[in-house]
Design a protein around this ligand. Sequence first.
Ligand code: F6P
Length: 550
Amino acid sequence: MSGPGPVDPTTTEAWARLTGLAASYEPDLRTTLTPEWVDRQTLAAADLHVDLSKNLLDGDVEAALLALADQVDVTGRRDAMLAGERINVTEDRAVLHTALRLPADASLTVDGQDVVADVHEVLERVYTFAERVRSGEWTGVTGKRIETVVNIGIGGSDLGPVMAYEALEPYRQDGLSCRFISNIDPTDAGQELKGLDPETTLFIVSSKTFGTLETLTNARLCRAWLLEHLPSDVGRDDAVAQHFVAVSTALDKVADFGIDPDNAFGFWDWVGGRYSMDSAIGLSLVVAVGPERFAEMLGGFHAMDEHFRTAPPESNVPLRMGLLNVWYTDFLDAHTHAVLPYAQLLHRFPAYLQQLTMESNGKSVRWDGEAVGYDTGEVFWGEPGTNGQHAFYQLIHQGTRLVPADFIAFARPAYELTDGDVDVHELFLANFFAQTRALAFGKTADEVRAEGVAEELVAARTFPGNRPTTSIMAPELTPSVLGQLIALYEHITFVQGAVWGIDSFDQWGVELGKQLAQQLGPAVSGDADVLAEQDPSTQSLIRYYQENRG
Ligand code: F6P
């Protein structure tokens, strides 16, 4: 690998300082969380109001974390990314998802090409196509208006569009809905195709590589379903041309599939799959909410990009949150991180973040190929509140593990509902405020005793507190705010990867399973020779399958 490698963070003075601070760190949020501390730790980024004050942090730790960022040159790496340098070294690619949301009058030249002009040319085509579907001008092959758009894609070609489609439900056009097929489990396509009218259904095949087994299999079976269920006098080519469009970087493969190149929307190898929902991969979302709302979402992404690019380190929210995650992971032994949206509309946000964060930072070698000598990527997970409160919060409150958590909530609800005189959104938000408070301050044994609890029950009812949370609030979940939130987590992920010196933009770890699935296919279908080449456990499992398939 050419060029100097990353700084090993463990060799920095700041890492040694953090190690020392962690050894003697005894958090006591009850005494340290003063009004001054809250003021100092409450930051703004675009429309987001971010309260870091309930984290396990003091001034010394904060200073040492900022020094660490400085000593491994996070901002230098950020600037290299934004300028289009090939920071995805294992794939020799630029990392330019931020260019997807630059305004049309910006310019960014990479390898002699103005990528902003390219982005906006495709965006205009996406917008025009989406408007044709929304207005009814684009019809199915029998002349009927499109009522259902089915996005076929997986990973980054699915999770972002689904998550945003759910999040922006109040902005969807009536009479037009989206469905999403991702899994190669035939149940997925079987369920999603159920009840659909082929004459009013449009399929979008979304695949960066157009080589993904799941997506191509599902695309073929949806094509077969379409042809089988359309009136018999409809020509095959006309049907596919009118009911199938594609989004990919591999436009030659799209043409091979039989999709009209005029109905294919491209993007570029400098957009990672998990960073692609604001490219043409968002086509289903554009159809659902319209170009204007999609453009507002891009504006939100860009506002957060600008914050990340320009805000000073101490008030740079992605930098501060990414550094806190490093602190918890490498110094306070946290293994997981919960993201808990108090917004039902964000119910797919944790799933989306799982790919973003774990495919990015689940690595154990640095970008120069050296093994890391420290922990990297924590496990991200979560569910919307208050459902999570009745499921796993027990462990966060009283378990033996430290689980840092991000709480997300909005001042204005998507639906105004009352229960008698009670505003249900207020009831909901009371839970949000209560949980972060309970986690921070807990309940002492004396407080439990003061309630008259029998001594033998006191321990079980005591809450240790000092469980760290970040609270993120915004006025309302608008398209712009959604873009801001997504970009926030993209940049948090970037900051962690930069500190750890890993390439957050490749995903070699998903390849082995794909290769083995190809090799094993014949064994599953009955090839005894291939079966005999497998390890004993795999042979035994495949035999069990064969005996029980019926
Ligand atoms: O297998 C992982 C992965 O490569 C993801 O990174 C990507 O988002 C997903 O597969 C889908 O890939 P594609 O868009 O090329 O079909």
